[in-house]
Design a protein around this ligand. Structure first.
Ligand code: ADP
Ligand code: F6P
Length: 322
């Protein structure tokens, strides 16, 4: 193989740049030219490609976001879009594509593979919902960002005897909410996996007040069955608790920032392993982390299953919230 392309796709995740750098430098080590596809499947359809030299990926390891940019593209989901993508790949002599992104992006990779293009996937999404890997690029950084905010919010909550409702990202997955709840000392966590009624949230805050706490934190996943604003209104109208309620929606803050040591290492290892897998002829697989090892998992599995949060984490959250 002489020319391999790489793209970052879906929501950006801190560590994507470290993965790009690792892919490029591993390719160069094997005398393979690496082409960057700008703005994911949109750039693929538009033929927006650039040669990635070793210097092009210098000084990006510590940067959040992605130097290749990312996008979401509906046209690529259609047969006509996919045919055009295939033409672009062939016209440019690209022999394989490495896709760094979330589960949607990896479904896109599967579509390329079905048209005969060798593909390797690299899991990157702060949501931690990708099957076949313990964790994905960006999760650790996002979790640290959330914890930083949560600690700050607790300072002000304690000073005013308030309860804070904090909404975190995760799409349909409650991982970030549950983990930040455990690690940030939340009184209650609301997830799509184990939803609780607004009344139970109010009760948990009441209990915290009665137990003499000077603050209370409720962490809520964006995928919970009701909106954060609805819950905040409900809690404010619910007269039995002693705390004044404030709502903070963390939003895209969670996606930015310099990747943690863990994410840099994970992204670097995944990027190297992805290029090496491509060069030894593997196809239609994602590289994942299992224990401390890099593994390959068929994309057919990755795209049909969803990573679930183990029951034991919910138990832990419950025990520690007393
Ligand atoms: P993520 O990769 O973070 O889960 P999305 O679900 O938005 O993000 O997917 C990113 C992009 O991947 C989509 O905008 C689309 O271009 C492509 N994609 C998603 N699902 C499919 C699919 N079933 N077939 C082809 N392409 C897809
Ligand atoms: O998949 C990553 C993610 O940040 C989700 O947590 C969130 O639901 C979504 O992307 C937000 O997407 P956008 O950046 O398009 O608003």
């Amino acid at each position: 193989m002489k020319r391999i392309a790489v793209m970052t796709s879906g929501g950006d995740a801190p560590g994507m740049n470290a993965a790009i750098r690792a892919v490029v430098r591993t390719g160069l080590q094997h005398n393979v030219e690496v082409i960057g596809i700008r703005a994911a499947y949109s750039g693929l359809l538009a033929g927006d490609f650039e040669l990635l030299t070793s210097r092009a990926v210098s000084g990006i390891l510590q940067r959040g976001g992605t130097i290749l940019q990312t996008a979401r593209n509906e046209e690529f989901k259609t047969p006509a879009g996919q045919k055009r993508a295939l033409r672009r790949i062939n016209e440019n002599g690209i022999e394989g594509v490495i896709v760094v992104g979330g589960d949607g992006s990896l479904r896109g990779a599967m579509a390329l593979q079905k048209m005969g293009i060798p593909v390797i996937g690299v899991p990157a999404s702060i949501d931690n919902d990708i099957w076949g890997t313990n964790t994905s690029i960006g999760v650790d950084t996002a979790l640290n960002t959330i914890l930083d905010s949560l600690d700050r919010l607790r300072d002000t909550a304690t000073s005013h005897n308030r309860a804070f409702l904090i909404e975190v990202m995760g799409r349909n997955c409650g991982y970030l909410a549950l983990m930040s709840g455990i690690l940030g000392g939340a009184e209650i966590v609301i997830t799509p996996e184990q939803p609780i009624s607004m009344d139970d949230v109010a009760q948990a805050l009441d209990d915290a007040y009665v137990r003499g706490k000077s603050h209370a934190i409720a962490v809520m996943a964006e995928g919970a069955p009701y909106k954060a604003t609805e819950l905040a209104d409900y809690l404010n109208d619910h007269k039995t608790h002693g705390f004044d309620i404030r709502l903070t929606i963390l939003g895209h803050i969670q996606r930015g920032g310099s990747p943690t040591a863990f994410d840099r290492l994970l992204a670097t290892r995944l990027g190297v392993a992805a290029m090496e897998a491509m060069l030894r002829g593997e196809n239609g697989v994602m590289i994942g982390l299992e224990g401390r090892e890099m593994i390959t998992v068929p994309l057919s599995e990755v795209t049909t299953k969803t990573r679930e949060i183990g029951e034991s984490w919910f138990r832990l959250a419950h025990i520690l919230s007393r």
